[in-house]
Design a protein. Structure first.
Length: 294
């Protein structure tokens, strides 16, 4: 049974990726785009452009995954029903841009570099496709669930989840268990030490591509005019349980209520215990968002 593979060793690919991308996580969480996003400072137009970047990225990634679905260096990680995001992104683009969305979007320069690399890997070094799939999908199932809540609140998106279909994994009932299964499948791949090292290197490369997209979006964001519904709309509205703050991200993803205390926390902010809780809350969010790319 695959469950027997869940125990990891220092030579397991999942552990090598976790340790080998820590520095990239730190850099990603300190990009201005991610920091602003976490604070709810995300303009709707910028969120739309980020969705466009995701569409081109996942279109390339899933095209190459389909191409290599029978290749033993990748086949065990092929989960189209559970993971593929392209169709969800099409729904989001239709919501934001209308039925003629294809005529209104274009691939940005930074995104194109990322797309080109994914196609190169899929066609010439398919074993490295593992790095791109792992970096994207595991992030989507982790910190991406935090950003879903932040975006929905900050942009006042419908409670019916239009505009955030990208974050919805309807065919995964338990994200934590699925991530364990995915890591177990990675660890079971028949790879030598050198190939594992190359995969870790490629994962760091994927982070760099994403950070370049972040920086590009940040530059665009500085040129956009402030919108009434944006510019730091509070993520917390003063209701609910502090333990259900969406900034607890990975640990409480899927369990958090629609809101958490903001005004009460401000009133108690001078108390050391409350300061500690809030600091931990933000730290967890930053770490989770660093895992989530875009």
């Amino acid at each position: 049974k695959e469950v027997s593979l869940f125990a990891c060793s220092p030579t397991d690919l999942s552990e090598l990726l976790k340790e080998g991308t820590k520095e990239s996580h730190d850099r990603a969480e300190n990009t201005q785009f991610v920091k602003d996003f976490l604070k709810g400072r995300i303009k709707k137009e910028l969120f739309k452009l980020a969705t466009v970047a995701l569409y081109f990225t996942y279109s390339a990634l899933e095209e190459e995954m389909d191409r290599n679905k029978d290749n033993p260096v990748f086949a065990p990680l092929y989960f189209p029903l559970e993971l593929h995001r392209r169709e969800a992104l099409v729904k989001d683009l239709k919501y934001f841009y209308g039925e003629d969305w294809k005529e209104k979007i274009q691939c940005s320069e930074a995104t194109q570099h990322y797309v080109d690399r994914i196609h190169h890997v899929g066609q010439h070094e398919p074993e490295l496709l593992v790095a791109h799939a792992y970096t994207r999908y595991m992030g989507d199932l982790s910190g991406g669930q935090v950003l879903k809540k932040v975006a929905q609140r900050a942009l006042k998106l419908p409670t019916t989840e239009e505009g955030i279909q990208f974050y919805m994994f309807d065919n995964i009932s338990n994200a934590q268990q699925f991530k364990q299964l995915y890591r177990a499948r990675m660890n079971a791949l028949d790879l030598d030490k050198n190939t594992k090292e190359r995969i870790v290197e490629e994962a760091n490369r994927a982070f760099r591509f994403n950070m370049q997209v972040f920086d590009e979006l940040d530059k665009i964001g500085r040129s956009l005019t402030e919108e009434a519904q944006d510019g730091g709309f509070p993520v917390h509205d003063g209701k609910g349980d502090l333990r259900k703050c969406p900034y607890y991200a990975d640990k409480l993803a899927g369990k958090a209520g629609p809101s958490c205390p903001y005004h009460a926390a401000i009133a108690l902010a001078k108390q050391p215990l409350v300061q500690l809780i809030l600091a931990a809350c933000v730290a967890v969010a930053a770490g989770a968002a660093a895992w989530y790319i875009m």
